[in-house]
Write a protein that binds this ligand. Structure first.
Ligand code: FES
Length: 146
């Protein structure tokens, strides 16, 4: 893997390598983690520790769009729980589940580092801030169109 060779300290290339593997495979299976560990001459446990720390790394298959609702205190005080309930009802799924059409997976996450614009929802790579039920509905409708 060329990513490993681009860094003077091999280990520092681990996160970019995991992102690349996820882009190629869709998520990071145990087999993929073991292969990355071998390339970086790390133990699978060391790679698993990194993969489980970063919420942008997926350890299981998800829908085409991953919806992550921050439920930490500033977001909770700004309506995150109500927003999460709205999403569950609208999508007909619970946290950790994927819609039957494979379009959306719903998760909760720890602080996304944007507490000043709470409540915050990350969908794929994008932050959606100051979210309301109406605003998130508009985002979902746009994503569902393609
Ligand atoms: S608590 Fe939600 S972004 Fe910080």
């Amino acid at each position: 893997m060329r990513t490993a060779e681009r860094f003077p300290e091999r280990r520092t290339g681990l996160l970019p390598a995991l992102r690349l593997a996820q882009d190629e495979q869709g998520y990071l299976s145990s087999q993929v983690l073991a292969e990355v560990a071998a390339i970086f001459e790390l133990t699978p446990a060391e790679v698993e520790a990194v993969a489980s720390f970063y919420t942008m790394l997926k350890r299981r298959p998800t829908g085409r769009h991953l919806i992550q609702v921050c439920t930490n205190l500033p977001c909770a005080l700004s309506g995150a729980d109500e927003l999460l309930d709205h999403l569950k009802a609208r999508l007909g799924i619970g946290v950790g589940e994927t819609t039957p059409d494979g379009l959306f997976t719903l998760e909760t996450v720890e602080c996304l580092g944007s507490c000043g614009t709470a409540p915050v929802v990350q969908i794929d790579e994008d932050y959606h801030e100051n979210m309301s039920a109406e605003a998130i509905d508009a985002v979902l409708a746009r994503l569902a169109e393609g």
